[in-house]
Design a protein around this ligand. Structure first.
Ligand code: ADP
Length: 478
């Protein structure tokens, strides 16, 4: 782990130690201080942008084969160091080691995917309306890209942004979440090991407002790619207007998980467990509202409650642990508040409901029934290990309720009725839909939300095009 626990920032190929204030990074499971990273601000961010802008022409003009080679080595470096990187991720974020290993692997897979995708990028020669002309459509890297990432997937969220940016020929300035900076800083070392030239990847830790302000006001930054809360995303979209930056936004969700009477019960329970409790409920695609049709309601609740009680809670480094702590006290307080609000409005606790006996920021894996739309838990992203169950009678009612939110990231449904499956793909107003599957993220498919859940896609071929500008050239007089 120690090789990749780096306390400095990477700016223009130089590792820079803190000169003034520092950010303390702690392990959410033990409270132990892992170390400190610089609390840099606007001036270091400007230096990083300058480094990225200076490196851009050279990197954009680098042979495709060379660029692909760097990306393939980056993928290999991630996989060769999977154990060390996973240990670092668990230490700063709290997720079970098995999940951390999975996050490193999917991050590596994104890098490899974009190394492959860039080789298949095609321009076009489109028919001209008159003879003597050729109309070319070509694709070009957008330029300097700023990537702002969250604490829940500090490594793989960066992979989805750095992968396509570097493949496309862009250079980057990364601002990781202050709770989990080490997983991002490790990417700086990995990029060096893979041979990326200085200035292509720059990483700055510190004040979100100052770093964000410098990024958003600088005309040299041509694109901002952000994963985080809808509130901050909206601020960044507003700030992007002044210099007309491209934006990719992966924002909050409020995923419905609908279980119809005709569902395969075993599969539905298994899917709900993974869609709800992965990363202790701290993912933007976590099942937030679980709608269960009347005929299957009681047996589903009984089975889900049994499986929830059986979850092994503890420090993510212990063998077999499935539920780590919440990332910090404010995350814990928010979940506590949502559960208290639901219970005060009539929700019933089938299991859990409060602080875990382990103390710290562990919250008991919880199942609540009798959830109604009036409760805050039905409207806000829970980001904790709480299953909130709503009973429903018919399909139309479930779809209307599922769509009754400003969010539109992920939705899940369990049914064996093929006609209904096709209806759901049309009526569920969500960017990602899992039918009889609770874990659907994959590098091959576009990940992205509708409505206030975001703009743009990550993964798939769309994930690359978001980092490219197209140009049309008309050649006349032929
Ligand atoms: P979360 O609630 O998941 O922590 P946030 O949206 O608060 O999500 O944070 C996601 C990332 O955005 C973090 O890296 C955070 O430091 C950064 N961030 C927060 N506020 C701003 C801002 N005003 N400008 C730029 N980045 C910000």
């Amino acid at each position: 782990m120690s090789d990749y626990l780096i306390e400095a920032n990477l700016i223009g190929g130089a590792w820079r130690d803190a000169t003034g204030e520092k950010i303390e990074v702690t392990n959410p499971a033990t409270g132990a201080v892992l170390g400190h990273v610089p609390s840099f601000g606007a001036s270091e961010t400007e230096e990083a942008i300058t480094a990225a802008a200076d490196a851009f022409p050279g990197w954009a003009a680098t042979d495709l084969g060379t660029r692909v080679g760097h990306l393939r080595r980056l993928h290999q470096a991630l996989m060769d160091n999977q154990e060390a990187l996973a240990a670092l991720l668990t230490a700063e974020q709290g997720k079970p080691l098995a999940e951390a290993r999975g996050e490193i692997a999917i991050g590596a897979a994104y890098v490899l995917w974009f190394a492959e995708e860039i080789r298949r990028l095609k321009g076009e020669i489109v028919p001209a309306p008159v003879n003597g002309r050729r109309l070319l459509v070509t694709h070009h890297p957008v330029g300097v890209v700023a990537a702002i990432t969250p604490w829940n997937f500090p490594s793989s969220m960066l992979a989805r942004k750095l992968g396509p940016a570097l493949a496309a020929g862009c250079t980057t300035v990364v601002k990781p979440a202050s709770l989990t900076p080490y997983s991002a800083l490790a990417w700086g070392r990995l990029a060096e090991e893979a041979g990326f030239p200085p200035g292509v990847v720059n990483i700055v830790t510190g004040s979100a407002r100052e770093i964000g302000g410098a990024i958003m006001s600088d005309p040299r930054v041509r694109k901002v790619t952000f994963t985080g809360s809808t509130e901050v995303g909206k601020t960044l979209i507003r700030q992007s207007a002044d210099t007309v930056k491209k934006v990719s936004m992966e924002l909050g969700g409020n995923a419905p998980f609908i279980v119809f009477d005709d569902a395969d019960l075993d599969r539905a329970v298994e899917g709900a467990m993974i869609a709800k409790y992965r990363n202790s409920g701290q993912t933007c695609v976590c099942a937030n509202r679980i709608y269960v049709q009347s005929g299957i309601h009681d047996s589903f609740v009984a089975r889900l409650t049994e499986a929830t009680k059986a979850l092994k809670v503890g420090d993510g480094t212990e063998p077999g642990v499935e539920q780590g702590p919440l990332v910090d006290r404010s995350a814990f307080d928010k979940v506590t508040d949502l559960v208290a609000d639901a219970v005060s409005h009539g929700a019933e606790v089938a299991t859990g409901g409060g602080a875990h006996t382990l103390g710290g920021t562990w919250f008991e894996p919880t199942v609540l029934t009798g959830i109604t739309p009036a409760m805050k838990i039905a409207r806000e992203e829970i980001f904790g290990p709480v299953s909130a169950i709503v009973r429903f009678e018919d399909e139309a009612e479930a779809i209307e309720a599922a769509n009754d939110t400003e969010f539109g990231l992920a939705a899940y449904a369990y049914t064996q009725n093929v006609a209904r499956i096709f209806r759901l793909t049309e009526t569920l107003n969500y960017g990602l839909i899992g039918i009889n599957e609770g874990l659907i993220t994959t590098v091959e498919a576009p990940f992205g939300g509708l409505k206030e859940s975001g703009l743009g896609k990550e993964g798939g071929s769309q994930g690359l095009s978001d980092y490219l500008d197209s140009k049309y050239t008309c050649i006349g007089g032929l």
